[in-house]
Write a protein that binds this ligand. Structure first.
Ligand code: NI
Length: 162
């Protein structure tokens, strides 16, 4: 397995809408494994393919940060979102900064698993937050796009000072 290079803001690939995946061959399986490895190595709880320079609708997540307890979701699509909750979020593509971001408390979504099999799942709280954050990445949206203008300026100023 290879540890992939994580792209950081303002890399333009992070602001681009990613393309759906339709192949689930050896090359894709390797990418899923490399993304999982990269996520754990970076101490992340989630990682989206654009963050490693691949503009495809793939995300990996491990809410418990425990090897063997990770998920791979392809072409995810939120079907229902309920509740609203603020929570502190960071991002591997914006190292060193974090902000309070509003997210739905519960999300029901459909996706394909790593073999291309469709699934539908409902997650809540921290897991739901990860899913929403990573799906944002697939749409070219970063956490700095989820705060008001003043907060965005403040976060970017501290990011640029790092
Ligand atoms: Ni992120």
């Amino acid at each position: 397995m290879t540890i992939l290079k994580i792209r950081t803001y303002p890399d333009p690939i992070l602001q681009k809408k990613a393309e759906p995946v339709s192949r689930f061959g050896t090359e894709e399986q390797r990418l899923f494994d490399d993304m999982i490895k990269t996520m754990y190595t970076a101490d992340g709880v989630g990682l989206a393919a654009p963050q490693v320079g691949i503009s495809k609708r793939i995300l990996v997540a491990s809410p418990t940060m425990t090897q063997g307890e990770e998920y791979v979701f392809i072409n995810p699509e939120i079907l229902e979102a309920r509740g609203r909750e603020m929570g502190l979020e960071g991002c591997l593509s914006l190292p060193g900064i974090s902000g309070e971001i509003p997210r739905a408390k519960v999300v029901r979504f459909r996706a394909l698993d790593r073999e291309g099999k469709p699934l539908e799942i409902e997650v809540k709280d921290f897991f739901a937050r990860i899913i929403q954050h990573e799906i944002d990445h697939l749409n070219g949206v970063l956490l700095i796009d989820r705060v008001d203008f003043d907060k965005r300026q403040e976060l970017l100023a501290s990011y640029q000072r790092l």
